[in-house]
Design a protein around this ligand. Sequence first.
Ligand code: V47
Length: 375
Amino acid sequence: MLSLHARIRDPRLLPLADKVLAGERLSFDDGLLLYATADLTGVGAMAHQVRLQKHGRATYYVKSRRLSYTNVCYTHCQFCAFQAKPGDPRAYALSAEDIIQELEKPENTGVRELHMTSGHNPKLKIDYFEDLFGKIKARFPEIHLKVFTMIEMDYYARISGLSTDAFLDRCMAAGLESCPGGGAEIFDEALREQICIGKKDAQVWLDTAALCHRKGLPTNCTMLYGHIEEAHHRVDHLLRLRALQDQSHAAGFAGFLAYIPLAYQNEENELSATHVIHETTGTQDLREIAVARLLLDNIPHIKAYWVMISPGLAQAGLSYGADDLDGTVIAEEIAHLAGAKSPQGLPQRDLVRLIEEAGFQALERDNLYNVYTPA
Ligand code: V47
C-alpha cells in the first residue's frame, strides 16, 4: 500500500501529514489549508488514516425515528423551512399520546432511538416535557430519548421559569438520555446575525452543551455549511467545538459523542430567497467530513449524514473520515422540507449494503455506541 505521503499531491500538506502520523493537533492555519488546497484526495487520505487508527473499518448506524413535537417557532432562522408561526394552518404541537400512537405504527417496530428537535413554542413548559418523556419511556422503555438542541433547551428552561440546570434535572429524571447536535449553525457572531437573527448566540449553545456534559448527558454537535459562510468561519466553529470537548474531557466527562456536518438545503426558506446559494457539491461535502475528522481529534465519531448529502456520497464519505452513517432516519422533515432529495428513511438492509459494498463492517449501535450483535 502507498504510504500516506505518497498519496499527497499538494506539498503544502506534507507537514500536516507528519502531524497526523505523529498524532499532533492541527492548528487554525492548518484548517485553512485543508479548505484551500485542491488536493482533496490528499486531505481524504489523511482523514482516512485517522479513521482507520480510531475505528478500523467499523461503521455504525442506528434504527432512528425522527419526530418534531411542535413546528411552532418564535425564533427566526432564515435557513429553516420547517418553522410555522402561530396561526399558520400548518402549526401543530403533539401530545404524549399522539407520539405514542405514532411509535406504535408497524413501520416503527425495532426503533432504538427517538430523535426529537422542534420549534420554540411558548406554550410548552416543563410539565409538558415531563409528561412527554415519562409517558414515552413508560410505554417504550427500550427507546432511547435523544431530544433538544442546546438552543431549544435554553429556550424551554427560560419560558418554564427555571435555570437550565434545574430544567435539565427534571427532564433527565423524566427520561431524557442524550441530546442531538443541532442549533449550532455557525458560531461566528456576525454571520449568525445574518442567518438566524435573534437566535441565541454561540456562547449560549456552548455553555448549554458544557452543562449537559457536566451532568453526564452526552450530546452531539453540528455545523451548518454551504450557505454564506467562508472557510475561516468553519475553522473557527470546529475549533470552538474542539476546545469545549477538551474542557469536558479534562473534567472527566464523555462530552460530544459525534459531530455531523449539515449541508445547507437551499429550498423553501428565506435565506435562499434573498441570496443566490447553490446546492453543496460532492467535493464540498467530502471535504467537510475529512476536515472534521482531522481537526476534531477529540470527538470520536464523525457522521456522513446521507439525508442531506445523498446515500451514495455518504457511502464515499466512509473513506474520507466518517465512521457513522447515522441510521434509518425514518420520517425526517427538517431537511426534506428544505429540498433534500434523499429518501424519507432507509431500510436497515440498504444501510448495511452501502457500508459493506464500500469495504467496511456494518455495526448496529445504540446511542452510546454499544453494538448489538445479531440474534
Ligand atoms: O438544528 C435547519 C439544521 C438541524 C436546515 O445529533 C438545516 O445525531 C440544512 O440537528 N439545511 C437539525 N440544515 C438536524 C440535526 C441533526 C441531524 C442529524 C444528526 C444529528 C445528531 C442532528 O438541521 C437544525 C439546523 O441546524 N437545519 N434547516 C437547512 N435548510
